[in-house]
Write a new protein. Structure first.
Length: 184
């Protein structure tokens, strides 16, 4: 399916939105690089293949819907209990989802071609709004791309353990791979 001028929707039923973390610190090899999936979210896009400036995108994610899908590296494999504990820490201590249930992104500027794009706009996490750059491609009716989010810019203190000797890296990568469904 080719992309034409129009409005499109996307969400977990059409693809994936994931967060990839890294680790740092003196005992980084003891921890895991995580793949965390956002399981409840939705987005919409207005696409004009002839005029990138006329394009717009918005995404809203349920901050409490993050689920650990994979942990690589580390001294021992990640267990189901480890995953549940990480998810609890993310909800309660890192993102404080009871007070800040949504994460939102709205485009302010779109550049590119019908095949590849660069989108700038405000990302709101925990009530703090900062601009972020998203880059990606569109091919075969799918949009794929990523953005690097430096947690401290949004006031997020990356998780740490062992008196700071093991930390989640400040930069996390948000990736998406979604089918664009024409809006009806």
């Amino acid at each position: 399916m080719g992309i034409t001028i129009g409005e499109y929707t996307f969400g977990p039923e059409t693809g994936r939105l994931v967060i990839e973390t890294g680790r740092s610190g003196a005992v980084a090899k003891a921890g895991h690089d995580l793949l965390i999936e956002v399981t409840r979210w939705h987005g919409q896009a207005m696409i004009d293949t002839a005029d990138a400036a006329a394009c717009a995108v918005s995404v809203t994610a349920d901050a409490g819907s993050l689920e650990v899908r994979r942990g690589t590296g580390g001294v021992k494999p990640l267990t189901a209990g480890d995953r549940a504990e990480i998810e609890r820490i993310v909800r309660e201590r890192i993102l404080k989802t009871a007070r800040h249930p949504e994460i939102t992104f709205r485009s302010a500027r779109v550049e590119g071609t019908a095949d590849s794009f660069r989108v700038e706009g405000p990302l709101t996490i925990m009530g703090v709004t900062r601009d972020v750059v998203v880059t990606g491609t569109i091919a075969g009716g799918r949009a794929r791309g990523s953005a690097v989010v430096t947690q401290s810019r949004w006031g997020i203190r990356p998780y740490s353990a062992f008196l700071g000797a093991l930390r989640v890296a400040d930069d996390v990568t948000v990736r998406f791979d979604v089918a664009l469904v024409p809006r009806r």
